[in-house]
Write a protein that binds this ligand. Structure first.
Ligand code: GLA
Ligand code: GLA
Length: 668
């Protein structure tokens, strides 16, 4: 992938020729070199079943190619046309409550319905035949943000097939794993097994967990069959799909998905303005890089000038300069593209108030000027494409642990997965440390420290992996309410974290969740919220104990040497200050240094490395005062040399091509 790809979703089907002519000129001005075309264009390509209208897309691809723009060509299967539902009413999705949805928005299909899968393959195949060999075609963008869930009879039948494969076609095994002896749920025939549809009271958590696994696999099958079809026609064109980064829920097991795409591509919409938005950016970017096994990844969509604050129902403005700084922030953490939804704002449709590179007010705007400046910046950064980020620590990401802890009937609904991971990731970032994410079952040996903030579910394989990691010299931090259930969602009996009792040197015997607003004091001035636990130290050193409430005097935070490594256990949700102090000690013991001396809450620093030894240091000054960095190299954004000192104004970014070590030594 030469250079940094710059551009966004482009919808020529929505515009008359005079606007398209203006697009050509504006894309040149902005330095756009990439366009994602055809997402949601199914009705424009196949207005009636089997009648195709490719003329406009032929013209668009020819025109873009003539302008030097590569095309990421989408299959339009996320939005079946209006004719699809009446022709195949059984292929429209059904909610858990049994209500079948109607056409009227997008993503209205059941991915398990044979009619949908056939129609999707047919239109994808037509595109492949027609555009194989087109010089503009750089990448296939299958579908858009897979995620629609269905509970219909097709889904039920496919769920049973999946269950039979997973549980050795043995209904007794399923009954045992799901513990169906509870509440008279013992199945005597596979046909009785249903998706978790609306029911009287709490569902069976093992059934819910298996359904979520199944549905991620079901969507993945819909993706891979399109991918395989496209590959047959264009073996040299990479295939991907743009996935949504986790917000309040997560439908896909992205570790599994990442193995099936040629490059991981994500859509990231920041969840907050100000510094919290920047923490979200780093979280999303580190996650994506990790899903892509450390290789450069594609930022397929972000917004130009807005930030969605869903919980408040507000589309907030992104302040001047933030789009540039944030885009550099994604590049710092391994992206090789800056792409937006969308090139030009459309005057109608459901997203008429979404932002764009060319806003409704036109090119004579603050937004388009910033878009043009960003294009020029990215051309100066082309040399770093392909380089990678090296992290010394990892945070565990395990969507099954998330799915399990998000279930109903748990001791607390307040103990949530994503906030727990975000808190640790943000604390590492404030310590100037760049983190990867990792799966508990993977080999973790290359990390100096591993953080597992929320592993309510920890599989047998994950347990063994963490044991090996610590025994081999790793440093592990385990958060509260971890190691409680196994991969079947059966409780590990005998105390927690089951399977790691000797590693952690403690045994939790009782969970004592805290109610809203309740706080518990710990020694050393720390404060715990949301959760507490009665635990015994069995060889672990007690770093902090509870100071009030029913647990006064009992251990709260512990450390235990095991094999060549050590494991920390935190039995409550610590305040940020206490967590930072604990991480500081842990990182020091693990020998983890910040990316750059002085990196921290004010100065963000991330490095990308090339295989040939070159490196680029991305720095951002988030503070209100200027700062000085002891560095040597050339700021690619300004062309200025720093010979030992780089001064960075408040809010400023720099991307330094660092002098090679030999040059540094000669200059010293
Ligand atoms: C009721 C039911 C029990 C059990 C408890 C749990 O008493 O009869 O089966 O569900 O609630 O609170
Ligand atoms: C997603 C979709 C886009 C658009 C944006 C708007 O990322 O992929 O089509 O709807 O959201 O936020």
């Amino acid at each position: 992938m030469p250079g940094i790809w710059y551009g966004g979703d482009y919808n020529p089907e929505q515009w008359p020729p005079d606007v398209l002519a203006q697009d050509d000129e504006l894309m040149r001005r902005a330095g756009v070199d990439t366009a994602t075309v055809g997402v949601f264009a199914w009705a424009s390509l196949e207005p009636e079943p089997g009648r195709y209208t490719f003329g406009w897309l032929d013209d668009a691809l020819d025109r873009l190619h003539a302008n030097g723009i590569r095309v990421l060509l989408a299959t339009p299967t996320a939005s079946p046309p209006p004719w699809f539902g009446p022709a195949h009413p059984d292929a429209l999705p059904v909610g858990p409550d049994g209500v079948r949805l109607s056409h009227g928005s997008r993503d209205t299909y059941c991915a398990a319905a044979p009619a949908y899968r056939r129609a999707a393959l047919r239109i994808a195949g037509r595109l492949a035949v027609r555009y194989a060999g087109h010089p503009a075609l750089a990448l296939w963008h299958v579908h858009n943000e897979y995620g629609t869930v269905c509970h219909c009879d097709h889904a039920a039948a496919a769920f049973r097939t999946w269950l039979r494969a997973r549980h050795h076609d043995d209904l007794d095994e399923l009954n045992a794993k799901w513990h169906t002896a509870f509440w008279s749920q013992g199945y005597s025939r596979w046909e009785q097994v249903l998706p978790p549809r609306a029911t009287q009271y709490l569902p069976n958590p093992a059934q819910v967990l298996d359904f979520r696994r199944f549905w991620s696999d079901q969507l993945l099958a819909a993706f891979t069959e399109q991918r395989d079809l496209l590959r047959r026609h264009t073996p040299d064109v990479p295939v991907t799909t743009n996935v949504m980064l986790p917000s309040d829920h997560q439908t896909l097991d992205l570790w599994r998905w990442a193995r099936e795409v040629d490059v991981v591509a994500v859509d990231h919409y920041l969840n907050a303005t100000g510094p919290a938005g920047r923490a979200d950016l780093a979280f999303g970017a580190d996650l994506t890089r990790s899903f892509n096994a450390g290789r450069p990844w594609l930022l397929m969509e972000q917004a130009t000038s807005v930030i969605y604050l869903y919980e408040q129902g507000v589309i907030a403005a992104r302040p001047p300069g933030r789009m540039r700084s944030d885009s550099l922030g994604y590049l710092a953490r391994g992206a090789d593209s800056v792409l937006f939804f969308q090139w030009r704002a459309g005057p109608g449709g459901a997203e008429l108030h979404h932002s764009a590179m060319v806003p409704h007010a036109g090119p004579d705007t603050r937004v388009f000027r910033e878009v043009t400046e960003l294009g020029a910046d990215l051309r100066r950064l082309g040399e770093l494409a392909g380089s990678t980020v090296r992290a010394q620590v990892a945070v565990l990401w395990d969507v099954e642990a998330w799915w399990a802890v998000a279930g109903r009937g748990l001791p607390s609904s307040r103990l949530r997965y994503l906030p727990a991971l975000r808190q640790v990731h943000a604390a590492l970032r404030r310590a100037g440390v760049v983190a990867d994410f990792a799966h508990p079952e993977q080999d973790l040996a290359r990390y100096r420290a591993v953080f597992a903030p929320s592993q309510y579910l920890l599989s047998d394989l994950g347990t063994q992996s963490l044991r090996r990691y610590v025994a081999g010299g790793g440093r592990l931090l385990l958060g509260c309410f971890s190691g409680v259930v196994d991969q079947r969602h059966l409780v590990r009996r005998g105390g927690w974290p089951g399977g790691l009792l000797d590693v952690v040197g403690i045994r939790v015997e009782e969970h004592l969740p805290l109610v809203d607003g309740e706080r518990v004091a710990l020694s050393g001035g720390a404060v715990g919220t949301l959760w507490s636990e009665l635990l015994q130290a069995r060889g672990a050193q007690v770093l902090a104990d509870y100071r009030d409430g029913p647990l006064a005097g009992a251990p709260a935070v512990t450390r235990h040497a095991f094999g060549a490594g050590a494991a920390w256990y935190v039995s409550t949700v610590l305040d940020d200050v206490a967590l930072a102090a604990l991480l500081g000690d842990l990182l020091a013991q693990a020998g983890v240094q910040p990316e750059l001396p002085g990196a921290g809450p004010q100065l963000e620093a991330v490095r990308r490395h090339a295989a040939d030894g070159r490196s680029w240091l991305f720095v951002t000054n988030h503070g209100d005062t200027g700062c000085e960095l002891a560095v040597r190299g050339v700021d690619l954004l300004t062309g200025t040399r720093a010979d030992g000192v780089l001064r960075l104004a408040p809010g400023a970014d720099a991307v330094l091509r660092e002098d090679l070590p030999t040059a540094r030594a000669a200059g010293a």
